[in-house]
Every structure is written in C-alpha cells, then in structure tokens.
Design a protein around this ligand. Structure first.
Ligand SMILES: NC(=O)c1ccc[n+]([C@@H]2O[C@H](COP(=O)([O-])OP(=O)(O)OC[C@H]3O[C@@H](n4cnc5c(N)ncnc54)[C@H](OP(=O)(O)O)[C@@H]3O)[C@@H](O)[C@H]2O)c1
Length: 238
C-alpha cells in the first residue's frame, strides 16, 4: 500500500499522525513549509518535502501517488501568540487548495483536524458563541476554522472524500496513546476527558485505512477516565 502525505507534518498533530502511520507500516511524505527547519523529521519511511497547504500546485505536487492526505496545519500554535496577523480566510484557502490540488493529484481521501470551538454546546450554540465557555480573544481563530469547514461542506459530492475530525475537548500533547477513541456528532461531548494527540492520530489513521465517515465532520474524544488509567498502567508495565 502506498503511503500518506501529511501537511503540517512538523506540528504536534502532524508528528503524531506521522508516528502512527509508521507504527502501522505506512510510509509518510512529511510536508512542511521549510524543510531545513525540520531536518530531524526525516526517518526510515518518512520523507520530508516542501509543501504549502495554501498553494494548490504545491498540494498536487506533494500528494501525487499517495492513498490519502492529512491536513494538520495551523497558522498559530496557541493563544499566547496572539492572532493579530491571522488571515481570516486561512482555512478557506487551505480547503480550496486541498480540494483542488488533491483532485488534480487523484488522491481521493482527505482527513482534516478541526477545532472544538465550532461544536455545539449544551444550549445548542457553537461553543465559540458562549463567552463563558470560550475566550472571546480566540474567536477570530475559531471563525477562520469554521469558515474552512463550511468550504469543505460546500464541496458536496466533489472528487475528494473528506472528513474532519474535531477534538471534543482539549488535545493533550503528552497524553498517552491508549488506542481508544470514540466518534460523536456535532455536539460537544459532555464530561468526556480530552484526547491525546496520539489517540487523535490513531483516529485519523483508522479513517484512512478503513474509512467509515464521508464528507462530514464529527467530534472525536478520548477514553473515559478508568479506561485511560488502565491504558497508562499497561503502558508503564511494558
Ligand atoms: N481542542 C482542539 O480542538 C484543538 C487543539 C489543538 C489543535 N487543534 C487543531 O488541530 C490542528 C493541528 O494543530 P497542532 O496543535 O498540531 O498545531 P501546531 O503544533 O501549531 O502545528 C501546525 C503546523 O502547521 C504548519 N503550517 C502553518 N502554515 C502552513 C502552511 N501554509 N502550509 C503547511 N504547513 C503550515 C506549521 O509549520 P511551520 O513551522 O511552517 O509554521 C506547524 O508545524 C489545527 O487545525 C488546530 O487548530 C484543535
């Protein structure tokens, strides 16, 4: 089986997806904007290339010959960076470049990582519309993400079979890989612990190897606390 291409491979989600793909024996083309900054990413089965998710031709070039693409890109790594330079159309441009570039490269599967802000809260409003649940200063980023999701949805039954997996809570950078995750719907899961990047990556790879979700967005969330503790104990024991 040919491998996958990961856009944003140098980021937290991108690295976790790359590691999970290698764990499953898939080769990875790791697309980053500046390969010189990411020399350490290269490894057996991982080829680092230059790739820009905002550029349709670049997407086509890096994606050709792969079974699927993963969109793990973000223009900001955290609120501490501020959003003064955010392009509100960033994720729309990324969606356009991906849909067009992947179609031209004849890559039919796209798995994208979403943002919990546009899941629906208990009152039925998007979480980002509730200032008690979502910091208003991050709202521009949430709106940009949401516009990108809308652009994917607008693609309807286009050539690319996309799915957006939206973490239903926090994403834990150093959380364990439990190998367990669940998919929900548009609603924010209630009282469910966050997800580790490693478990998010497993969900991404599941949807590449055995796709069950098509042209839709779902929430993805982690195991309940007891399951997680058990997985952590098992990991320590091995
Ligand atoms: N709880 C949640 O819902 C939650 C939590 C965290 C993240 N997320 C989402 O998950 C996704 C991945 O986030 P992350 O935490 O992995 O982010 P991250 O660690 O900040 O990594 C993002 C990567 O995107 C790359 N990038 C930026 N612009 C690019 C472009 N034009 N073309 C190609 N690559 C580009 C960056 O590379 P450079 O080094 O070139 O800048 C960086 O390596 C994002 O959509 C984010 O919003 C959701």
């Amino acid at each position: 089986m040919a491998g996958i291409v990961v856009l944003g491979a140098g980021g937290r989600a991108g690295r976790a997806v790359t590691a999970e793909a290698r764990r499953r024996g898939l080769t990875v083309t790791a697309a980053v904007r500046d390969p010189e900054r990411y020399a350490g990413l290269g490894a057996p089965g991982v080829t680092v290339v230059r790739g820009d998710v905002l550029d349709r031709r670049s997407v086509e070039d890096v994606a050709g010959g792969h079974i699927a693409a993963v969109q793990a890109v973000s223009p900001f790594s955290g609120p501490e960076q501020g959003f003064a330079t955010l392009d509100p159309a960033f994720f729309v441009k990324a969606a356009d470049a991906l849909l067009d570039g992947l179609a031209d490269a004849r890559v039919r599967r796209l798995v994208a990582v979403g943002l919990f802000a546009n899941l629906l809260g208990p009152d039925g409003r998007p979480v980002m519309d509730d200032p008690t649940a979502f910091p208003p200063e991050i709202r521009p980023f949430a709106l940009a993400h949401t516009a990108g999701l809308a652009r994917l949805r607008k693609a309807g039954n286009g050539d690319v079979d996309w799915v957006m997996l939206t973490p239903g809570g926090g994403l834990e950078a150093d959380g364990p890989r439990t190998g367990r995750h669940r998919f929900g719907d548009e609603r924010m899961p209630d009282g469910i612990p966050g997800l580790s990047y490693a478990d998010l990556a497993a969900a991404v790879l599941d949807e590449i190897e055995k796709p069950t979700l098509h042209r839709t967005r779902v929430s993805v969330y982690g195991p309940r606390r007891k399951e997680k503790e058990k997985a952590q104990e098992n990991a320590k024991a091995t």
